[in-house]
Design a protein around this ligand. Sequence first.
Ligand code: PLP
Length: 409
Amino acid sequence: MDLFAKLEASRGPLGELAGRSHGVFAYPTLEGDIANRMTYRGRRCVVWSLNNYLGLANHPEIRRVDAESSARYGLAAPMGSRMMSGETGEHALLERELAEYARKPDALFLNYGYQGMASLVDALMSRHDWVLYDAHSHACIIDGVRLQTGRHFAFAHNDVDHLEALLRRVEERRAPSGAVLVVTEGVFGMSGEQGRLTEIAALKERHGFRLLVDDAHGFGIMGPGGGGTGEEQSVQDGIDLYFGTFAKAGASIGAFVAGPQGVIDHLRYTLRSQIFSKGLPLPIVSGNRKRLELIRTRPELRRAMWRIAHALQSALRERGFDLGATTTPITPVFLEAAPERAARFLTVLRDQFGIFCSPVVYPVVPRGVLMLRLIPTCEHTLEDVAETAAAFSRAAEELGGPAELAVAS
Ligand SMILES: Cc1ncc(COP(=O)(O)O)c(C=O)c1O
């Protein structure tokens, strides 16, 4: 069969949406300044889909630094990969600041979280090693597991007993030179649950392994100082390698991994996604330094975001919606709805009530379940929350009432 004919016939589970919903449920265009209200298909909507927790996307101090460093450096520098010809003082400064904030001896700045994490899992493992990872891990962890040459097991989501059973199995089978890496997330980006980091780190006393935590959604958000989920759970020292991205609370791009100096140095020379790729432009690096400064020094942004998160979650729960087990700002709403009903619910929300949130469908959630994921930011208002909760109820009533729509997750 011709390759292209085969590809055109099947676009994969997400591509099934393409025919009917391109530009609507997939690849919608939001216009205007990044804010709590934006324009979608000509209508002003309350937008709950942006990873802009702390409102940094359009923060005047950030915009000023982004503009000044773009004017100063342009987009060409640094030239080449950092290892070859693209190293700069700004990169080194950012790494020092990140290490300090993550409370680790050293840090490596990465081009994009996805590439960085996939490559990181690969670079850490040899064919004698074992990686155990949470079954609900983000695609970048799964793809890192696929790339690496060691052996691997997935443990049931957040199931520490299952992880321990697997650790015992690995101990029976591994060669003396084989090492073990456990990978999980600080905040699971779809469900809003926290990884059970304290309990997983406690297993290190009985089973020798190293712990890598992807805290993409926790960095800047969780913990009293925004230091992340390790800080929230008072277990940052038990995390051997801490990974964060600027793409969420930072509203930018680029990521980092922080840990012991020797390991970070090893990664500087082995992380293929970085060695064989041009470094991120300098305005991004300078802009990220400014973002980190605001994350560190403006707790009021975090407080404002949490106020909205708590108000939103209470309002939706009071109206009978099922938010699963979130303990973070991420607000999933689980609805039982076949594709037609799911599409209708979203259309009513957007077109009648001006509420824009993103649908999450199979294969991320089981078939027949529609998950709407709402991301609160410090820029939302209590009026946005009230309007949204009322719109959810009204849209559910149009489709037969919340009882019929809601499911236990
Ligand atoms: C848990 C997790 N890890 C990594 C990433 C990738 O981050 P980036 O957008 O910096 O590539 C994401 C983003 O969706 C994420 O949710």
